[in-house]
Design a protein around this ligand. Sequence first.
Ligand code: UGA
Length: 445
Amino acid sequence: MNITVIGTGYVGLVTGACFAEMGNSVVCIDVDPDKVERLQQGHIPIYEPGLDAIVTNNSKAGRLRFSTDLAAAMQQSALYFIAVGTPPDEDGSADLSHVLQVAGQIGQHLSRDAIVVNKSTAPVGTADKVAHVIRQQLQTRGVTDVHFDVVSNPEFLKEGAAIDDFMRPDRIVIGVESNHARQVMAELYQTFSRNHDKVMFMGVRDAELTKYAANAMLATKISFMNEMANLAERMGVDIEQVRKGIGSDSRIGYSFIYPGCGYGGSCFPKDVQALVRMGAEYDYNTSVLNAVEQRNQSQKQRLFEKLQQRFPDLAGKVIAVWGLAFKPGTDDMREASSITLINALAEAGARIQAYDPVAMDEAKKHFPASWFDDGTIRLCAHQYDALENADAMVLVTEWKPFRQPDFNAIGKLLKQPIIIDGRNQYDPHSLKQQGFDYTGIGRDI
Ligand code: UGA
């Protein structure tokens, strides 16, 4: 099939590359000419395992191209994927301006029957808005003989595992209204559900809410578990035992019940807030989701609070931070717990020595340049460099090289043997035996 993907961000790039990998001919469009040029030269703007090779191979094979020319791409295909961002507005609702702008451009250039697929995470009712904008443009142009469908096909990709998630999805949710669109989408996705049919057809609005409900459910599991962890701390209970105890119940399951220092990323915080806003629009108080959001905000403060318990005055103290990305496997720092921690430390007058395997360049964008100049933050070349003469070490992101570190070396490098483990990676008993003052999340035992 000939496919146009509009937006070369995370979702657009992965979608375009994976469709090309399956033999389709894909043109990825972006308004940013520099980005397009870099992509044409094979430079991938994000860190995503496996993406580089797929983009390079398919570009070489001529199946994947990058361009700024939407009109030309639309001439070559009748299947247009919208994959532009829906960042949070000031009030937390999803900002649809990019999606609707693309819809407007599609309306300006549409000259054949086509299917417009929305892949961006967008509130219930967005497909109707997209259709309305396209229709308006067609009317303005006096075009009456062109038919189009708007389909909702949300993505369920995890950063760091996006290629695998796309190639071997749990399910493919497709919201359609017409038989024709249903047939085309079934044909496009049949190769991704060979063993058993993973495609789920539903109404467009059903698909739109499915995406938000999935993320909100996962965020709810995490916030619930974080609440249990905070309770466990007060009760002298080890939350890790509780986690295993409840995860073994197949109705609950082991996934997404890891307590920690809060969820981050470009999806959960944004989508929970957007769903709360959608509730408000329908005059409904989403009290569970409000609590999920609140718990997460305060959970992100936990690491700083734990440091404060040890150092009532943090001014002049040096804190080693292991991990800056919002989770392992990505350089993405959006809404990362490391940001909340580092901001609070800087405000308290502490100095930060940080290390992350891939997010060091990204870190420079998230803090004021003056903090790097005046030594408030030092980005260290090696994980152990960050510990030198530090008063405490905080594990924020559970990258693999942090999981079984050399505790002997850690003990020697730290000025004080304090370890705050934001992801419960270490064994409290063994670390206490080795003389560390260790605390995790929900296991002050
Ligand atoms: C999430 C969803 O998992 C994807 O299915 C979805 O497609 C994506 O959002 C999206 O909407 O685009 P992602 O943001 O990449 O994917 O990251 P997750 O792996 O879900 O982790 C989110 C956050 O939750 C991380 O900060 C992680 O550390 C935290 N987390 C996760 C926990 O604190 N505990 C857990 O048990 C699991």
